[in-house]
Design a protein around this ligand. Structure first.
Ligand code: TAP
Length: 478
């Protein structure tokens, strides 16, 4: 019995009204799929079936692209920017009004703690729509020339780790720039995208401006390969990103890819230790580590290694793993059985290759998909757990002696999405940030997101930027 026991504090799920089945959202209406079978979406924390969802086949995708094309040519493309802005502001306000419902729905379908969906995901979703609404009548200042034009129809494919936030990253700038969209959410997390379709109806968004086609990889492939899609935006694994890059090569489609990462979180001996421990925990255990920019490689200066490790382990022992809807929960459920299998497999490889594995004592719920917060020490740069994206609550710890060595180790990865630096010295932060081959470098903080700030990677982490003015530019033809 620990000194402080928490009473359960579950968020009520009465606020969500999940239908037993959902159609596809095409041309402003929910419609039956013509050539796919329905599939089930489940809650990963309980394995409870939440709803039947339609699978869009190529004919459905074609219908959605046609609706988007018509809306682009007849309504959305010709509309004045200030009028498009009104719709985006309306959507942003509706998201705020329905924020509690959306947070509960996200936690149910994805498994992430309500504390995160309520305080991070959904507020950021609304912030993205507000931010890009402000751009819709100022496109000539976006850096794409005096008279920037939208591409046309955007085909967008998103992953399951931040379902609604990834939707906002994709849809808000696309619409602000005057494009229409067909979006495919991930197979395991379609519900908030379908709730967003209802929000589009509530906002009276003209039919065809936003279309949501649910399904798995086959649906995503049909979308990105559709000949009448002008711009492809993808977030997900490097393997699928590579396949998409190949399939659109030689076509005139514009493409942005936001892929995996293996970020170094670098701790110097002069770092403020308490904040650093919180930053390490936030860096790798936020969203169960299902974060492309997660600080999954901890690089600690040798002189403070023992202290950092001891404090980190003590802090990990206080993390609460369990019901995503409990407001005290720090770490929720792993999103799917497949992802859990991948985390287990790579963790086993870590042990087999000789690294030392440690997790605090923690009781995992009997039903659902769970993995305890885990740290590996004795990790070398050649180990697979130091090179591959685990996409789970698993931290690999390495050490360094000099700043130069830290830079070399941090950059020794095929990825280049993000990095973190913990030190008291401003000059060292600036020097390090210049040396690190990472799209985002956080200093004395980690996993901070803001709609005004561009985000994206180097090397196998993809190309193109999302967020800020740069994110808007990606939706404008030069
Ligand atoms: P992916 O397979 O890349 O899935 C991302 C999205 O692409 C999903 O909507 C997926 O559909 C769709 N998709 C799959 N195959 C496609 C294809 N050939 N053409 C077009 N779209 C396709 O990622 P995953 O399987 O969910 O996760 C695998 C690994 O990817 C994870 O373990 C993690 O390492 C990494 N990952 C990275 C990120 C970020 S943010 N960088 C996000 C998620 C995953 P379905 O999901 O419906 O099959």
């Amino acid at each position: 019995m620990s000194r402080f026991e928490y009473a359960p504090a579950p968020e009520s799920r009465a606020i969500v009204d999940i239908k037993s089945s959902y159609g596809l959202y095409i041309n402003g209406q929910f419609v039956e799929a013509t050539d796919g079978k329905p599939f089930k979406t489940i809650s990963p924390s309980s394995e409870e079936v939440l709803a039947d969802v339609s699978e869009a086949g190529p004919a459905d995708v074609d219908k959605a692209v046609k609706a988007a094309r018509k809306a682009f040519e007849k309504v959305w493309g010709p509309m004045a920017g200030r009028d498009r802005a009104k719709y985006l502001f309306r959507i942003a306000r509706l998201i705020q009004e329905r924020s509690r419902e959306l947070a509960v729905l996200e936690s149910l379908d994805n498994g992430k703690p309500i504390r995160e969906s309520r305080d991070v995901d959904i507020p950021l979703v609304a912030a993205h729509f507000f931010y890009y609404a402000g751009w819709a009548d100022k496109l000539e200042y976006a850096g794409a020339g005096d008279d920037p034009q939208p591409w046309g129809v955007a085909g967008q494919v998103i992953p399951w780790n931040f379902p609604m936030l990834m939707l906002a990253w994709k849809i808000a700038p696309a619409l602000a720039a005057g494009n229409t969209v067909v979006l495919k959410p991930a197979e395991t997390t379609p519900l908030t995208a379908l709730a967003f379709a209802e929000i589009c109806q509530q906002a009276d968004l003209p039919p065809g401006v936003v279309n949501i086609v649910t399904g798995a990889g086959r649906t995503g492939q049909a979308l990105v390969e559709h000949p009448d899609v002008n711009k492809v935006a993808f977030t997900g694994s490097t393997a699928v990103g590579r396949a998409i890059a190949k399939s659109v090569a030689g076509s005139d489609k514009a493409v942005t890819l936001e892929l995996g990462g293996k970020a170094a979180n670098i701790v110097f001996e002069d770092a403020p230790i308490d904040q650093t421990i919180e930053g390490i925990v936030n860096g790798i255990f936020f969203n169960q580590g299902h974060v492309c920019c997660a600080g999954s490689r901890l690089l600690v200066q040798e002189s403070v290694y023992d202290e950092v490790l001891a404090r980190l382990k003590r802090r990990m022992g206080t993390l609460r793993v369990g019901d995503p809807l409990d407001k005290n929960t720090d770490i929720g459920a792993i999103n799917s059985a497949a992802q859990l299998a991948k985390i287990r497999e790579l963790s086993q490889v870590g042990e087999d290759e000789g690294a030392e594995r440690w997790s605090p004592e923690c009781e995992l719920p009997p039903q659902g998909y769970w993995f305890p917060p885990t740290v590996f020490t004795g990790v070398s740069q050649a180990h697979r757990i130091a090179r591959e994206e685990i996409f789970g609550p698993v931290l690999s710890v390495l050490t360094f002696r000099t700043p130069q060595e830290a830079v070399e180790k941090a950059n020794n990865t095929p990825f280049g999405l993000s990095a973190g630096i913990w030190t008291d010295k401003g000059s060292r932060i600036l020097w390090m940030a210049n040396q690190l081959r990472a799209g985002v470098v956080w200093a004395n903080t980690f996993n901070r997101f803001d709609p005004t700030s561009p985000f994206g990677g180097y090397k196998e982490s993809g190309y193109g930027r999302e967020g800020g003015r740069h994110g808007l530019e990606a939706y404008l033809a030069h």
